[in-house]
Design a protein around this ligand. Structure first.
Ligand code: GLC
Length: 455
């Protein structure tokens, strides 16, 4: 006799494909059809580079929604052109987050939304062009035209505010601007400088453990997958000082804990500048001076970040011009920039092939495996992140390393198949880490699935 409780096989739906599951994550994290939060539990606002990566995935499933994701970022633009790394959810529940930044302290901040007072890597032009690629010629023209003024203002701000000595490299004032919050070069720099008195006292009195218990992120993610408590205190203190100066760069430059020309940020800027040229060409417009000549300078200046001895690129101290020679996956991002020589590109590729550098079981750890900083579970000090992989894959293709690009694509997709759309992953075991249902992991998985090297 047939068991009446057994499920009828015909009624069982096939399991969702990776693309369907990824689209589901994006739909769940969608807020009112306007923007997508990075992760519902830990990140309830709109973040700048997250939304760019999200739009790059969304364009394949709903191109109008992808455009909206970008346009909603522009709501946060300051009158000097700055795009903030966070636009806050305006619900009463998040008053504390908005208050921590108090963007209204600056006369330059927008009236209708509250934001942070710092930026994030300039992925905007890339996202705009990726959307443009899937539009008809006339739609593409209209799309580029609609975003042109904001995009130009943003790139002009990056140079006027952040390259005061006209060196070609733009500087960052907080590791949150780089988006790789506790990356070794920045943390080494932090530990070399004297921490504020109150933080040293907390450390001396051995209170860090107690403070750690009150951390909000600890409610969602185990603390050994996040920042050290001492470091987070220092970063919050730095943020408070920026706020006191109303995010005015001339005051910040006077005295600031962090003034770094970050490698990842500048590599992404070079790529963004190339995409800006693509947009200008489509619109048949000239880029304004001095922006156009400043953009050229950045490509040349990137070479100053190369260290012959270790055959790697590094970030640089803005004041002393000393290279910050700590390992980070940022060293591979000049591939994404696309402005380096084929010879340099080949040297970077050898780091991907080396399993003591960036070539362990799962793709591209955020810190080289052989580095003293490497911790496979700790945030940007070891775990694999999908957005960095995506950028390196893109760079590898442009330099003709198609097999490497294809292998990294396969490994990335294997990772999400095995571990879901985690925020980041253990690069040795592939275990999911951080928060779950993370939007850019889902969005970029969609993009990789649809990408040429995977067909
Ligand atoms: C973390 C990441 C940063 C990201 C943000 C929101 O702070 O380090 O890159 O933008 O979360 O997802």
């Amino acid at each position: 006799m047939q068991d009446s409780t057994a499920p009828d096989e015909d009624l069982l739906l096939p399991p969702p494909t990776i693309e369907q599951a990824a689209a589901e994550v994006l739909a769940t994290n969608d807020r009112g059809g306007l923007y997508t939060v990075p992760g519902a539990k830990l990140y309830p606002h709109q973040w700048l580079w997250d939304s760019c990566f999200i739009a790059i995935g969304l364009r394949h499933i709903d191109i109008e929604r992808a455009k909206t994701e970008i346009l909603s970022l522009l709501r946060g633009q300051w009158s000097n052109g700055m795009l903030p790394n966070i636009i806050f959810n305006d619900s009463r529940a998040y008053a504390t987050d908005r208050n921590a930044w108090r963007s209204w302290a600056s006369p330059l901040s927008p009236d209708h939304v509250s934001t942070s007072g710092i930026t994030q890597p300039p992925m905007l032009a890339e996202a705009i062009v990726r959307i443009g690629e899937l539009l008809s010629a006339s739609e593409r023209h209209a799309w580029y035209k609609s975003v042109w003024p904001a995009l130009i203002a943003y790139h002009e701000w990056l140079y006027t505010d952040r390259d005061p000595h006209k060196e070609g490299l733009v500087l960052q004032i907080h590791p949150w601007e780089v988006g790789m919050d506790n990356t070794p070069p920045w943390m080494a720099y932090l530990h070399e400088h004297q921490l504020p008195f109150w933080i040293r006292s907390v450390q001396k009195l051995k209170l860090l453990g107690v403070i750690g218990m009150f951390r909000r992120d600890a409610q969602t993610v185990p603390l050994d997958e996040r920042f050290e408590t001492l470091e987070i205190l220092a970063l919050l203190d730095t943020q408070r000082r920026l706020r006191r100066k109303a995010y005015d760069i001339s005051k910040i430059m006077d005295h600031s804990l962090f003034l770094i020309e970050d490698l990842a940020f500048n590599a992404i800027l070079i790529r963004a500048n190339q995409q800006l040229r693509t947009i200008a060409k489509t619109l048949d417009r000239k880029l304004p001076e001095p922006l156009a000549s400043h953009m050229k300078l950045t490509e040349e200046a990137l070479e100053q970040l190369w260290d012959d001895y270790s055959s790697q690129y590094y970030s640089r101290d803005f004041i002393s011009h000393k290279l910050l020679k700590e390992s980070s996956v940022a060293t591979l991002l000049p591939l994404y920039a696309g402005s380096i020589s084929q010879e340099r590109a080949a040297k970077l590729v050898s780091l991907i092939e080396n399993d003591q550098a960036f070539g362990p079981a799962f793709p591209l750890p955020s810190t080289a495996v052989g580095s003293k900083w490497f911790q496979p579970m700790r945030y940007w000090q070891g775990p694999t992140w999908m957005n960095i992989n995506w950028m390196v894959i893109d760079g590898l293709k442009r330099y003709g390393f198609h097999e490497h690009a294809s292998a990294l694509t396969d490994l990335s997709l294997e990772l999400v198949e095995k571990s879901g759309f985690a925020e980041y992953f253990d690069p040795i075991t592939g275990e999911p880490l951080g928060t779950d249902n993370f939007s850019w992991t889902a969005a970029l998985a969609i993009d990789l699935l649809r990408s040429d090297s995977h067909d």
